[in-house]
Design a protein around this ligand. Structure first.
Ligand code: HEM
Length: 604
């Protein structure tokens, strides 16, 4: 038939049909191939209709997931929780593993297979083996300002770690200890003022500013006043439109928008969300460039001590060494790594501290045990934190109820519900579980589900709440710092004991990850949290805010009101928790800070 006789509509339909058949065929082939690979591992497998991870997943999820949720549950119960891992992973905890009946399994999709695991042997092996890399396609979200230690391959990240590791020495720990004690005092002034007790509607914003202030003071040489930073009243210089802290927190609140929207659109879009996100990222970039430039000047004029801060180490590595034309760090990596330390160095601390305080507010009797330990350890120096010596007190406090509470908050409110890893594209990796070897095919994505690891029923049995058994998960009912102090309360046998605190079996407690890509700031975070908790609870108790109760209310009435407020707290600490850049409480949970001795609900 001559070409001009072909009906264009028919031609288009034929082309579309052919393309659709080709697409279906290639999808079926890809599924067949990936199912065969999943079988070859010897693990159970589940088939996913889509691969909803990384940037395409983040765009498609808001449209697809609500539709998939409309399907009958019995069709979706095995795979939908896996597709919703990013938003629901913490809530579901061990649930998906229980549903599938295995601690390690493969989720098959046409584009890529995912190995999900919460098995301690597998977790320990994967985290400690350098052969498992980071999935850069998923983590490049962190490289918005330039390559970062967290968002790059093992090889590149090793260079950034080598440059910054010298900062994490005992001198820096001493500094974070002292600054945190002063910072806690400033935060208490903002939260409670000079009153004996005060309701605080939302504690997290103040604690987030405090953690950001601390990381800037110790790692980035900021000389800003803590009280000014906490109240957002530091001077904003003429070259900026937002305070530093406002820029950082707005940027983190809009991280996904910034990552997914092209920068030209952020600049020109009329949408408020784009404008806010764009302005915050521009402002934050300017702040980081200002820091870099003023450090460069100090280095040139010899005004600064070599290697004393993260800023110094990063900026020096960005300068060409004598007789060398190129620096060790590229300019974009200088800014990228300044950003990652600012972000990683405060967000997780603020969230962990918020959870720890709120969980203690729900448990007055545990708070009392904490304060007993603090009093015993501090002795007569209790009221003047200026004399609290890091070298002598930190080891004691970290092995007491203070350390137990930090570990328990890290266990329950797992800051990162997943640790992503990847099998290299060109070499399959084997893991041993219970004396069986499993070969994981090349390019498999590996998701260590830390929420399931930390709530694995075999290692961390959880009591149900008598108040609201329906809450799932139930951090309030599960909060049991005495897990960590077996000598106070003999719980189930779980591994050995390191000095005072329980040392859990390898692979059952990994809030900071582990191995060569484990958290570089682990001790920094633990020292900061220890100082803040000790300083706050040495002087104050924190109670759930029970409003409208008369001063002469009798014990029964007080108990009734308290139980009501606690049930709301249990619900909010479960349903009101979200994962964005890290796990956060987003529901309101007002508390009352009370001078010790003035508590109203301690004895109920
Ligand atoms: C409660 C506080 C903290 C928690 C729970 C925490 C947790 C983690 C986890 C789980 C990772 C591994 C992430 C992954 O594998 O994708 C990590 C990495 C990292 N953390 Fe932390 N972190 C905390 C505080 C800090 C602090 C205070 C700093 C710095 C001052 C810091 C700096 C880093 C850095 C630089 C990395 C990247 C390491 C690498 O990729 O090689 N973190 N953190």
């Amino acid at each position: 038939m001559p070409l001009q006789d072909i009906d264009p509509v028919h031609a288009a339909v034929a082309a579309a049909t052919f393309t659709a058949i080709l697409l279906c065929y290639s999808q079926i082939r890809a599924f067949q191939h990936n199912i065969a690979e999943a079988r070859s591992t010897g693990f159970k497998y589940v088939v996913l209709p889509f691969f909803l991870f990384g940037a395409p997943g983040a765009i498609a999820s808001p449209l697809l997931l609500p539709l998939l949720k409309l399907l009958p549950e019995r069709w979706t119960e095995r795979w939908l929780p896996l597709l919703m891992s990013a938003s629901r992973g913490w809530h579901d905890g061990y649930g998906p593993f229980r549903a599938i009946g295995a601690d390690t399994f493969v989720a098959v999709s046409s584009s890529r297979n995912i190995l999900f695991t919460c098995d301690p042997e597998a977790v320990n092996h994967i985290l400690r083996s350098n052969a498992f890399d980071k999935p850069m396609d998923l983590l490049n979200i962190l490289n918005v300002f330039g390559p970062t230690m967290t968002g790059t391959s093992n090889q590149e990240s090793r260079l950034y770690r080598k440059i910054t590791t010298p900062f994490f020495n005992e001198n820096s720990m001493q500094q974070i200890w002292t600054r945190s004690l002063d910072g806690a005092q400033a935060a208490l002034k903002v939260l409670v003022g000079s009153q004996k007790s005060r309701h605080v509607e939302e504690m997290r914003p103040t604690l987030a500013k405090l953690s950001l202030y601390l990381v800037n003071a110790v790692c980035f040489e900021s000389d800003k006043d803590c009280a000014d930073e906490l109240q957002d009243c530091s001077d904003i210089s003429s070259s900026h439109n937002m305070s530093y802290s406002h820029a950082m927190h707005t940027m983190l609140d809009h991280f996904a928008t910034i990552f997914l929207t092209p920068s030209w659109l952020l600049k020109t879009s009329p949408l408020t969300v784009h404008k806010k996100a764009g302005q915050a990222s521009i402002e934050l970039l300017k702040y980081m460039e200002d820091l870099r430039d003023s450090k460069k000047k100090d280095i040139e004029s010899g005004k600064t001590r070599k290697g004393s801060t993260i800023l110094d180490l990063i900026v020096r590595a960005g300068e060409p060494p004598d007789n060398h034309p190129t620096p060790v760090l590229q300019p974009s990596a200088v800014i990228g790594n300044i950003f990652i330390f600012m972000f990683a160095g405060h967000e997780a601390n603020a969230n962990t501290l918020t959870f720890a305080i709120l969980l203690l507010a729900c448990h007055p009797s545990l708070q009392q045990l904490l304060q007993d330990d603090i009093d015993n350890i501090l002795g007569r120096s209790a009221y003047s934190h200026q004399n609290w010596c890091y070298e002598s007190l930190y080891p004691l406090l970290s092995e007491s109820m203070v350390g137990a509470i930090i570990n328990e908050a890290l266990r329950i409110a797992t800051v990162l519900p997943f640790l992503p890893k990847a099998v290299p594209k060109d070499s399959p990796q084997s893991i041993n579980i219970s004396n069986s070897t499993h070969v994981i095919p090349a390019n498999t994505l590996v998701l260590i589900n830390t929420s399931a690891v930390h709530r694995h029923p075999k290692f961390w049995p959880e009591p149900r709440s008598p108040l609201s058994p329906a809450n799932n998960p139930n951090p309030v009912a599960s909060f049991n710092p005495q897990h960590w102090l077996p000598s106070r309360d003999t719980l189930s046998e779980k591994g050995g004991r390191s000095k005072g605190l329980l040392r859990p079996q390898p692979g059952t407690f990994v809030p900071f990850s582990d191995g060569s890509r484990g958290c570089l700031g682990k001790k920094f975070a633990l020292v900061e949290l220890c100082a803040l908790i000790t300083r706050i609870f040495s002087e104050y108790s924190v109670e759930l805010a029970v409003r409208g109760l008369k001063l002469d209310a009798d014990r029964a009435e007080m108990k009734r009101e308290w139980d009501k407020v606690r049930a709301v707290a249990e619900h909010n600490l479960s349903a009101g928790v979200e994962f964005g850049m890290s796990l956060r409480l987003t529901a309101p949970l007002p508390v009352t800070f009370v001078k010790r001795g003035e508590e109203r609900f301690a004895q109920l």
